[in-house]
Write a new protein. Structure first.
Length: 311
């Protein structure tokens, strides 16, 4: 288990967000540089932050390296950190992460029938509460592809507002991920102008009150970051994301955790491509990874400012 006072369950940061009418940023990482970027941004903003690792990121790093990197970051952090499993597919991976010292996990059984989703979620909650670990679950499904999450656009569906309250009551979860029009990956919808259903969100909030709601697939996919990538050899044509205006409206109507992954990937990629393009004799990976880390930190701060300024 981690032995760091700054590593806290998500349940300890949600009251902070709720009382201020803001959202806590939840940022995915898969190497040392992205952890450093996220924590440096959080320190600079003086805001708690959620470090998220997907199952594929854990496979890539391994628990030993992941824990060592997060422990080092936590030792230097000046703000509370949450270490969260993103989209845990079953009880086994959630249990493993809890046993390895994660302070928060997500069980994503949203593709199953409602009763089975409730049962599988409750199983994780009952184990997690023995260790003071927070649990997020999902009701409704998001389209798109990100890591091991793959949902066809036609198979996605919105969260049922009345069902949300029942789900919370019968599972005992800490937070609820909802589906209101976001999607995973860099291409969010077919039209290039994805819109969140704020009316659906308002109905959900009527049923659940101030219960912490989570927005997945919420990267903004900033055009300037995409342009940097494409100017240096990438082919991210048709990449688009959720507008800051929609994110702010979601936060104003009860969203307390906003997930970001794609934005970091694009910024990281753009910085590396730009550096290599402009420094064709360089063979020092530290130089282009430093540029990538700075770009990632800047985009994390850019997103956090939106989440904080929503109140």
């Amino acid at each position: 288990m981690f032995a760091c006072e700054k590593l806290v369950p998500a349940s300890e940061v949600f009251p902070f967000a709720t009382s201020r009418g803001i959202a806590v940023g939840a940022f995915n990482f898969s190497n040392m540089e992205t952890v450093q970027a996220i924590v440096a941004a959080a320190n600079g903003m003086d805001m708690p932050v959620i470090l998220q690792a997907s199952s594929s990121a854990i496979k890539y790093m391994g628990f030993a390296y992941l824990k060592a990197i997060v422990s080092a970051a936590a030792a230097e952090a000046t703000v509370p950190l949450v270490l969260h499993l993103d989209h845990g597919k079953d009880f086994a991976i959630c249990k493993e992460c809890i046993d390895e010292g994660f302070s928060s996990v997500m069980i994503d059984a949203s593709s199953l029938e409602y009763d089975e989703n409730v049962a599988k979620t409750r199983e994780v909650v009952e184990y997690a509460k023995r260790f003071g670990v927070s649990v997020e679950a999902e009701l409704g499904t998001l389209a798109g592809v990100e890591d091991e999450v793959k949902v066809a656009e036609g198979a996605a569906f919105y969260t049922d507002p009345a069902q949300a309250a029942d789900f919370i009551e019968h599972t005992g979860i800490t937070s609820l991920a909802i589906a209101i029009g976001t999607s995973h990956g860099a291409n969010k919808g077919r039209t290039g102008n994805p819109k969140l259903s704020i009316e659906t969100l308002k109905e959900i909030k009527k049923h659940v009150g101030d219960f912490p709601l989570v927005l997945h697939g919420a990267s903004s996919v900033y055009p300037d970051e995409v342009s940097t990538c494409n100017a240096h050899g990438a082919e991210l044509n048709g990449a688009f994301g959720i507008t800051d205006a929609d994110i702010i409206a979601a936060i104003q109507n009860g969203v307390r955790k906003v997930n970001v992954d794609t934005d970091i990937r694009i910024a990281f990629l753009g910085a590396i491509r730009k550096h290599l393009d402009e420094n064709k004799t360089n063979i020092d990976m530290r130089k282009y990874l430093t540029a990538a880390r700075t770009a990632a930190q800047n985009v994390v701060m850019r997103r956090m400012k939106t989440f904080v300024n929503a109140h």
